[in-house]
Design a protein around this ligand. Structure first.
Ligand code: GRF
Length: 187
């Protein structure tokens, strides 16, 4: 069984889709939800599905063992970043080489990097009058939104789009593709 930990900081709509996709899966299971925000919606989703959750301590994450010991003790094989806003420390990347994947709500390499997350991405896409946007799923390395892209899907940007309407269209793409891409990476 491949055991997944999902890292998230927000509402957790992607985490919910991934959990639902792998519920009753013969070879892959979501075993842990890791969060850096007390009260984040994703923690309720973990409770709903009876999945243990871990609230990160910033000091231990960035200046300690980056929770590598805890993840290894829990026999976590693969890490999924689903709206996780902290940068992943080198310690954790080295402990999980090519085994950490992230989803970004734009077509990398554009609209990525430090500070480019959530609403800020969609505002920048609209400000540049782009006619297309999309999602990128990539392996995580030591630079923001930089690792090898393993999947992309695009959608149109409508003339009357707002950051919210574009975000909704992007979420639909994420919810459709993220779990199947993870399944392919782990098969
Ligand atoms: C997603 O749009 C993802 O691309 C971005 O953060 C958002 C998280 O949304 N990195 P949710 O918490 O999964 O609803």
């Amino acid at each position: 069984m491949k055991r997944i930990a999902i890292f998230a900081s927000g509402a957790g709509s992607n985490a919910r889709k991934i959990i639902e996709h792998f519920t009753h899966h013969p070879k892959i299971s979501v075993e842990l939800i890791v969060c850096n925000k007390p009260g984040a919606g994703v923690l309720n989703i973990a409770d709903e599905h009876g999945i243990p959750s871990l609230l990160l301590d910033k000091e231990q994450f960035f200046r300690g063992n980056a929770y590598v010991d805890e993840l290894k003790a829990d026999e976590i094989d693969f890490i999924v970043l689903a709206g996780f806003l902290w940068k992943v420390p080198a310690t954790l990347i080295q402990a999980y080489p090519q085994k950490i994947v992230n989803i970004h709500p734009a077509l990398l390499p554009n609209y990525g990097g430090k500070g480019m997350y959530g609403r800020f991405v969609h505002e920048a896409v609209l400000a540049n009058k782009e006619t297309e946007s999309g999602i990128s799923i990539h392996l995580v390395d030591e630079l923001y939104d930089h690792g090898k892209v393993v999947f992309q899907a695009s959608c149109e940007v409508k003339p009357d789009d707002t950051p919210d309407t574009l975000a909704q269209r992007i979420h639909e793409l994420e919810h459709k593709h993220f779990a199947p891409v993870i399944e392919t990476l782990l098969s």
